[in-house]
Write a protein that binds this ligand. Sequence first.
Ligand SMILES: [Zn+2]
Length: 224
Amino acid sequence: MRDGDALTLIDGGYPGDVSAVEYAINSLGRSPEDVQGMLLTHAHIDHMGAIVSFHERYRTPVFTDPTEVAHARRDYLEQAKGKDFIPMLHKHGVLPWLLRIARVGATRSLSIDDAQAFGSSGPLDLPGAPVPVATHGHTSGHSAYHLPQHGVVITGDALVTAHALSKVDGPQLLPQVFDHGKQDTVAALDHLAVLNAETIVPGHGPVVSMHISAAVEQARGRSR
Ligand SMILES: [Zn+2]
């Protein structure tokens, strides 16, 4: 997210994706030192992995929901494990996907010991002034980020628009194996539906231009 010359980085992909993150920053004509803060939607390895490397390299501070801080520290782990995918191995595409994510570091054990909790409410003092939206469920401290002045919501894994293990495209929840609490994940959609946003930037799948309330309806319908 760019605000003048300054950047906020929201999530970063797998550990092996850090050079892609640096490339993306350079393609904006900026450098990694221009990133003033990094925000996690949640502490899953496919969102936090590259953030760990970036944090170690550039000492950029990392912020997340107060509840998610301990997850980022790995005081506990709310993430699907290899054995959770065994019943799915016969399904088309699951094994190639597992091999692909293993190559970019999905099985690595990483933590951020000094992740900081962001303030309780309102816009954060970071480039772009993102507003956290508590969407606890996918993980206990998952947060989306709203940019009200631009009509954009960054939904993380609270609502996605595609996934390698999903057969459908469009607004949806992730396959249940990825959610810590399915009921809470569905309930968290209520916090997204009330936002004023016409552009949805999900944690998986393409950016979608539609009102978030309509996207939530679709995701709810598909989750039944
Ligand atoms: Zn996730």
